[in-house]
Design a protein around this ligand. Structure first.
Ligand code: ZN
Ligand code: ZN
Length: 349
């Protein structure tokens, strides 16, 4: 079967073709199902903002390795003893790309994201094998195209969970990439007040307005702190999401926080980046809470129930065929599209 793989570590932006990271379509054998597993014929796999970073080698994995974790598909085979959640051949599914052991300290204490005995198989492929516990059925009104966005939406859902957002609180989102825009849509559903996006690209600010932003800030031409305090009558924001991954934005977000605010650092930052925090102001005087998001355990089935209520057309309109996956990555690197999908089997819509 065809699998999209990283075959050389390197930046996809490197102008030197001898050093640039290589993503290509390879041929791999399909293994047999073990107990508890299901075979999924993949319909779509979306490119994640973290995918180019894994091509760069941020996770320390040597090449070659398979790509893709944001998938939707159809159950093609149900393995032995995969009978707990009632999956049948033909069921439309998406879910959690991370498999966990279910046995270790973390798995048995509600922290399966820290399990070190799991794994994951590449989803940008014709077929994918998951343990049945990773899969969730898609509701009838959710298309396979929309379904492949379940994982990024689940990240935004976890950001909401960790923010403890309350109806009518002031909310700002820094960064209008896919996760930022999803976070903004969810904050709007949660009843956010003065919902604000800070994003340098005008087209993304426009999408944010469509998704419910009441205020927009261009952090390159406007003073982010000044504007944020103006919007909130000088009090600052109660819930702040940093989704850009840009150090300056991460640092500035502190100055926008109201007393007792929750600051959620949703993005992935460089491994060697240390953010300065003014302990007097932030932790002593304001008693803020700062946290981050690694992955999104325990959110997938809840996300599947509400994903149909979100406007995801902008994120599912650019589609490449599996054979054109390298071109899909090039298109992703231009930053022109909020999200890019790879169609992994031509007969699945
Ligand atoms: Zn992702
Ligand atoms: Zn475990």
């Amino acid at each position: 079967m065809k699998v999209v793989m990283t075959t050389r570590i390197g930046s996809l932006k490197d102008p030197d073709p001898a050093k640039k990271g290589i993503v290509e379509v390879c041929d791999m054998p399909l293994r047999k199902l073990n107990e508890g597993e299901i075979l999924i014929k993949v319909a779509y796999c979306a490119i994640c903002g973290s995918d180019p970073h894994s091509v760069e080698g941020i996770f320390g994995r040597p090449a070659p390795f398979g790509m893709g974790h944001e998938i939707s598909g159809v159950v093609a085979e149900v393995g032995p003893k995969a009978d707990i959640n009632g999956f049948k051949v033909g069921d439309r599914v998406s879910g959690n790309f991370r498999s966990t052991c279910g046995t270790c300290y973390y798995c048995t204490n509600g922290m399966e994201q820290f399990c070190r005995h799991g794994g994951g198989e590449p989803g940008m492929a014709e077929y994918l094998i998951w343990h049945e516990k990773q899969a969730v059925k898609l509701p009838d009104d959710v298309s396979l195209k929309t379904g492949c966005i379940l994982e990024p939406v689940s990240i935004a859902v976890r950001a909401m969970d960790k923010s403890n957002i309350k109806f009518g609180q002031n909310v700002i989102v820094l960064g209008g990439g896919p996760i930022g825009l999803l976070t903004l849509q969810l904050a709007n559903l949660y009843g956010a007040a003065n919902l604000t996006i800070s994003e340098p690209i005008a087209a993304r600010r426009d999408i944010a307005v469509k998704y419910g932003a009441k205020h927009t800030i261009d952090p390159l031409s406007q003073d982010l702190k000044e504007e944020a305090l103006k919007i909130t009558g000088g009090r600052g924001f109660d819930i702040l999401f940093e989704v850009s991954g840009v150090p300056k934005s991460a640092e500035t977000m502190q100055a926008l926080a109201a007393p007792y605010a929750n600051l959620i650092y949703v993005a992935q930052y460089a491994r060697d980046y240390n953010m300065p925090v003014n302990m007097w102001d932030m932790l002593y005087m304001k008693e803020v809470t700062m946290t981050g998001i690694f992955v999104s355990p325990y959110t997938f089935s809840r996300t599947a129930q509400v994903i149909g209520r979100l406007d995801l057309d902008d994120m599912t309109s650019k589609v490449f065929d599996l054979d054109d996956a390298p071109a899909a990555f090039d298109a992703h690197m231009t930053g022109k599209y909020p999200k890019i999908l790879v169609k992994c089997n031509p007969d699945l819509e």
